[in-house]
Write a protein that binds this ligand. Structure first.
Ligand SMILES: [Zn+2]
Length: 192
């Protein structure tokens, strides 16, 4: 559900397309790292009601704090050298290194990125590429498949993963009772 705050963050995402720049903070750096570091890539959608990412290595959707949106999008548009006011951008970005904010510096190899805006949503796709490859059309990931789940719990309120910030309410639970973040694979103690 969109709130006044989330509408505000989405406004920042659109402002980035119009040339606004929002310096990276640690939270946005974590989300970008998940989106760019691994070669499997991702498909992401930002809307006034949230920021959702499907990674190439996981069939489920992960929700992130939309507050990271303006920073993540302006970082990608900057690397892509997008013109202010662009509606559709395709570019090869990287290899690049993101300076340490509150964790380690991290790097990513060349990635092909697609960014598309409308008034109500922004779509981002990231795929591996080699720098000499000509522009190509995007192949979205296939729809999520169900695979036999180990053990899952439904939380009454969604929890942010302490490691990567992904929001989840249905999480795999280990025999120790710890919950597993499906975005980064980190485990953390179940809330009481
Ligand atoms: Zn996580």
């Amino acid at each position: 559900m969109a709130t006044e705050l989330s509408e505000h963050h989405f406004g920042g995402v659109l402002a980035a397309f119009d040339g606004g720049r929002f310096p990276l903070d640690a939270g946005a750096s974590k989300v970008l790292r998940l989106m760019l570091e691994r070669p499997e890539g991702c498909d992401a959608v930002l809307r006034p009601d949230g920021f959702e990412v499907r990674f190439g290595w996981s069939p489920s959707r992960h929700r992130y704090n939309l507050a990271a949106g303006p920073q993540a999008v302006s970082y990608l548009l900057d690397l892509a050298q997008a013109a202010a006011g662009a509606i559709e951008v395709q570019a090869v970005v990287g290899p690049a290194t993101v300076a340490a904010l509150d964790g380690d510096a991290w790097s990513f190899e060349a990635r092909r990125v697609w960014l598309t805006r409308s008034t109500s949503s922004v779509a981002i796709a990231v795929r591996r590429t080699d720098a000499n490859e000509p522009p190509r059309s995007l192949r979205p990931f296939p729809e999520p498949i169900d695979y036999p789940p180990p053990s899952f719990v439904e939380l009454s309120s969604a929890q942010f993963c302490p490691a990567c910030g992904a929001l989840g309410s249905r999480l795999r639970q280990l025999m120790t009772g710890f919950l597993v973040c499906s975005a980064c694979g980190g485990s953390f103690q179940a809330p009481h």
